[in-house]
Design a binder for this molecule. Structure first.
Ligand code: CTP
Length: 406
C-alpha cells in the first residue's frame, strides 16, 4: 500500500505518544519507510527506543547531534520525506509551527521541508477550543498544512470532548488514500503491445527441424517491461525454456507461419509491435511425413523463404508503432539502418551477436536503438530486463509518451 513511501513522523509531547508508536508499526507494515523525530517532552512519555525498534531507523531528537557527518540531519530528513506527519501535535507545537519558530529538531525540520505536512492534534478539549490554538490552526490551514481532526470521546484528562488523537488505523488509511489519489497512470496504460520472442522451428520431418540459437530472453524481458509499464501485453513465443512473465498473455507458436498468423490476429488493434523473435528466414520446401532415412554421403535440403513477418506488418501499418530487432555479425549499424527503412519500421534495436557483452543466450546485451527520425542511441552492456525497460522508456520519451494515438 505504502511501498517505497518515506514518511517522517514528528512526535510531540502528550499522552497520545503511545498511539504514535502504534502508528509507526502500522505504517511500516503497510510498506512505508518511517523515520521519527521526537521532542524532549515526547521522550518523557515513551523512549526513542520504541520508535527505533519499530521503524528500524535511528530516532532524531537533538538538532546538534549529527549522526552522519556527510549530511545535516534536519535538512536531510526534510528532503527525504514524501510526507511529514506531526502526531500527536500539541497546542505548543502547533503554536510554534504557525509562527515559524524553530527551536528543536521537530520544528527546525518542519521549516526546512517542502513535502506536504499533516498535523494530527491531540489535547484537552478546552485547549483545542482555545482561541489562540484555533487561530494558529487557521493560520496553518491557510499556509497549506492539512489537519487530521482529533476525534471526540474520553480524554486522558477526564473530560469528554474533541481532542483525542485520531486512531492510527484511520491515519494510515488517510495516508494511503492520499498516495493512491496521486498515483500517475502507468505510461502504457490502455495500450496494447504485441511482442514476439524466441526462435521458430521449421520442421524437416517428424523428428527434425531447422532453427537458431535464440533463447527468447530479450523478448521475454521486453514483454515483462511492457506489462510493468501498464500495457496489455501479448507475447507470441517460439519454443523457449523460460517461465511465463507476470501479467502477460502468452501465445505459443512453433513455425514462422504460426508466428505470422498469431501476430496478424492481434495487429489490428495493437499500438506497438516489437519483433524480437529470431524468425527462420527459410523452411524446408517439403515437410516429410515420415522420418527421413540416411542414404548417400551427402544430402541437400531444399529450403524456401518464409514470410518476412515484420516486413508484412510494415506494409500493412495503420498507425502502429513498429519496432524491429537486427541481429548482426558485421556492420551492425549499417545493416540495421537498411532493415529499418526496408521494413518501414519506427525503431530498430541493433545488436552485434558476436559482442561478448550480449547476443543469443546471454543474460546481458549491448544494443543501439535507431529511429526512423535518424536518432542513434547506444546502450552499454546490461542485464536484459534492465535494458528492456530502458529501451521502452527511450521509445516513449522519443514518442512523447505514446505512439500515434489513433
Ligand atoms: N523478421 C521477421 N520475419 C522474418 C525474418 C525476420 O519478422 N521472416 C524480423 C525479426 O523478428 C527482426 C527483424 O525482422 O525483428 C530483423 O531480423 P534479422 O534476422 O536480423 O534480419 P532479416 O530481415 O532476416 O535479414 P538477414 O537475415 O538477411 O540479416
Amino acid at each position: 500500500m505504502l511501498l517505497n513511501k518515506n514518511i517522517l513522523l514528528c512526535v510531540t509531547g502528550g499522552i497520545a505518544v503511545y498511539k504514535a508508536v502504534a502508528l509507526v508499526s502500522k505504517l511500516t507494515q503497510a510498506g512505508a519507510q518511517v523515520k521519527v523525530i521526537m521532542t524532549e517532552s515526547a521522550m518523557k512519555f515513551v523512549t526513542p527506543l520504541s520508535f527505533q525498534v519499530l521503524s528500524r531507523n535511528d530516532v532524531y531528537y537533538d538538532t546538534f547531534d549529527e549522526k552522519d557527518s556527510r549530511v545535516i540531519a534536519h535538512i536531510d530528513l526534510a528532503d527525504w520525506a514524501d510526507l511529514v506527519v506531526v502526531a500527536p501535535a500539541t497546542a505548543n507545537a502547533i503554536g510554534k509551527i504557525a509562527n515559524g519558530i524553530a527551536d528543536d529538531m521537530v520544528t527546525t525540520t518542519l521549516l526546512a521541508t517542502t513535502a506536504d505536512v499533516w498535523i494530527a492534534p491531540a489535547m484537552n478539549v478546552h485547549m483545542y477550543e482555545n482561541k489562540a490554538v484555533m487561530r494558529n490552526i487557521e493560520t496553518l490551514h491557510q499556509d497549506g498544512y492539512r489537519f487530521i481532526e482529533p476525534s471526540e470521546g474520553f480524554l486522558a484528562c477526564g473530560y469528554v470532548g474533541k481532542g483525542r488523537l485520531e486512531e492510527p488505523e484511520k491515519i494510515v488509511s488517510l495516508i494511503s488514500e492520499h498516495f493512491n489519489s496521486r498515483k500517475k497512470p502507468l505510461p502504457l496504460q490502455g495500450k496494447k503491445v504485441v511482442i514476439t520472442a524466441g526462435p521458430t522451428r521449421e520442421r524437416i520431418d517428424p523428428v527434425r527441424y531447422v532453427s537458431n540459437f535464440s533463447s527468447g530472453k530479450m523478448g521475454y524481458a521486453m514483454a515483462e517491461a511492457a506489462a510493468a509499464l501498464g500495457a496489455e501485453t501479448i507475447l507470441v513465443s517460439g519454443p523457449v525454456c523460460l517461465a511465463k512473465p507476470q501479467g502477460v498473455k502468452v501465445l505459443d507458436v512453433e513455425s514462422a507461419q504460426e508466428m505470422l498468423e498469431a501476430v496478424l490476429s492481434h495487429y489490428g488493434d495493437a499500438d506497438i509491435v516489437i519483433k524480437s523473435a529470431a524468425v527462420a528466414d527459410y523452411r524446408p520446401a517439403v515437410v516429410q511425413q515420415q522420418k527421413m532415412k540416411k542414404k548417400d554421403q551427402q544430402m541437400a535440403l531444399e529450403l524456401e523463404k518464409t514470410t518476412d513477418i515484420l516486413k508484412t506488418l510494415g506494409e500493412r501499418k495503420e498507425g502502429q508503432l513498429l519496432v524491429g530487432f537486427a541481429a548482426e555479425t558485421v556492420d551492425a549499424i549499417a545493416y540495421g539502418q537498411s532493415k529499418l527503412e526496408k521494413k518501414n519500421l519506427d525503431y530498430i534495436i541493433v545488436n552485434d551477436v558476436t559482442d561478448p557483452g550480449g547476443g543469443f543466450g546471454s543474460d546481458t546485451n549491448v544494443v543501439t536503438l535507431l529511429s526512423k527520425n535518424g536518432t542513434h542511441k547506444p546502450f552499454e552492456a546490461m542485464a536484459k530486463p534492465m535494458l528492456a525497460k530502458k529501451l521502452l522508456e527511450s521509445i516513449m520519451e522519443e514518442e512523447e509518451v505514446m505512439p500515434h494515438d489513433r
